[in-house]
Design a protein around this ligand. Sequence first.
Ligand SMILES: [Zn+2]
Length: 239
Amino acid sequence: MKSDWLAWLWRSRDVRPFPSQWRFLFESSLPHYHGLSPELRERFESQVQRFLAGKRFYGCNGLEVTEDMRVLVAGLACLLILRPDAKVFPNLRSVLLYPTAFWVRHEEPDEIGVVHEGEVLQVGESQDWGRVVLSWEDVEAALAGDAVNVVAHEFAHQLDVGAGAPNLPDYARWSRVMQEAYDELCAKGSPVLDAYGAEGPAEFFAVATESYFQRGEELRSHHPELYVLLKDYYLLETA
Ligand SMILES: [Zn+2]
């Protein structure tokens, strides 16, 4: 009896009403929000609530993080986790927001193996130890429909459980379709997929995810099998 009551209490924590001002914000600013079926919208809103309850946001370089910024980043990220079994990026603890692109220290070995240290300008980074770093200017560009979607890119890295694949019950189809599309990108480029995807399978997954969300129709016409694979995984019709 007692455990039933606790289970009820626990479930009731999930059914707090979704703030109407967040819904207005999504309706006015979040691509694909209008295309969500009632079932997916319910799941999406619940994932957004969990995301905002569990992840901390930090402003960097003087950026003051507003509630709208947190909600929109959560919204873009949670479009990637609409599967019924999707967890809310369990390894992620915090999101760092920079006002614009930011410099990151990098070590790069050259052809003879000598490691060179330098700084590169980045719009986003996903770190294995539980952080995603984003340029807010580029988040806004993604919301406005830019081909680059830094949130989709970095959060696809968060979903990656190894070699450019998320957690799946069966990898056979994923591996075949991704490998073919990756080989094609490496060999002759693509009008839809950023050439950066040729860096390796992990970047390919992230770049393909960006195209799926930002250029769904073009992705479907140039790489139909890849589009359907991603649609079957993310569950959204973006074309
Ligand atoms: Zn990447």
